[in-house]
Design a protein around this ligand. Sequence first.
Ligand code: 1CP
Length: 357
Amino acid sequence: MAVELKNDLLLRALCREPVDRTPVWIMRQAGRYLPEYRATRAEAGSFMDLCQAPELACEVTLQPLRRFDLDAAIIFSDILTIPDAMGLKLYFVAGEGPRFEFPLQSPEDVRRLPRPDIAESLGYVMDAIAVTRRELDGKVPLIGFSGSPWTLATYMIEGGSSKNFSKAKRLIYDQPAVAHELLGKLADTVTAYLNAQIESGAQAVQVFDTWGGALSAAAYEEFSLRYMARIVSGLDRESRGRRVPVILFSKGCNTQLEALAASGCDALGVDWTISLAEARRRVGARVALQGNLDPTVLLADHGAIRREVEATLSSFGPGEGHVFNLGHGITPEVDPEHLGVLVDAVREFSPALHRPR
Ligand code: 1CP
């Protein structure tokens, strides 16, 4: 028997159904700003050891929910598990972020890149999802996620983080056929990966296109959006009798909102460079919106956080279709108490924007 979901505000809001308050979750809500995360991470040894131990991944997924009244959990993992499963071997250099031992350096590397067996190479993510669903016991929904093909490709080609993506962008201009071969393989893999997450219990899924904004409008359409639309059309949109909403988050792509909304997704993540009022005017009849407080606001004092939360809620305005979030991930230097102020402010201010059910 499936456990009933006690708090389904997130799923309702993502489907633009009425809610009595605005649901809130935070991108990267599990992570380095929490001392208990740092302790579990130290216990695990390495970041990948943490991701690959389902009980520990479950533990860090639940940590932020013990502190804050959040309306969703997001499974603790990373977008770079896919390239790792394709054989690039992910590791972390302290203070420098992710690196690959075998980055893609030639068309031959792309040709040889396998489509991994998801159950075999990424089974640890599905196990973490199953364990976490059991532990959540229907308290709030669990979100699954993946990187977008373009965002994954930037890390795979650059060998790690990058400032200007010169190698990845050179590939799309010099050898577009090779780029398309890579992005096609990634789109197939992401689709299978997210479907496996849904099968294991993910109740909504988000695609992080963190570096979509590095591309020109034309290149974005050809090398990022097209592949996300292909993923959206290949996903299982219903599980155990309930719709599984799909959220696309393309950072820095506010000029593309209409095209993103036409992809077939249920909701768009929005960064803080556009007002929710304008985003809603442009696409709010078609998709829900998720966002969009500037993460830096969390470094300011309590009064400023409350004021900015209220401004973000009223920018979206009354009615359904808003999920409160930051416009990008929470940063490691945030004082956890400040996130509590944000979550409580969403609970306090948002009921006025909804009719009681
Ligand atoms: O040392 C550590 O503990 C590693 C820090 C860390 C954490 C906490 C990394 C390495 N990944 C994560 C977890 C993570 N990554 C989650 C957890 C679930 C949650 O609570 O939200 C998620 C959703 C991600 C997704 C992710 N990883 C993205 C997309 C989201 C975004 O913020 O843009 C990206 C770009 C990555 C790559 C990555 N992994 C880790 C780091 C530090 C980075 C960013 C590197 C860069 O800036 O290029």
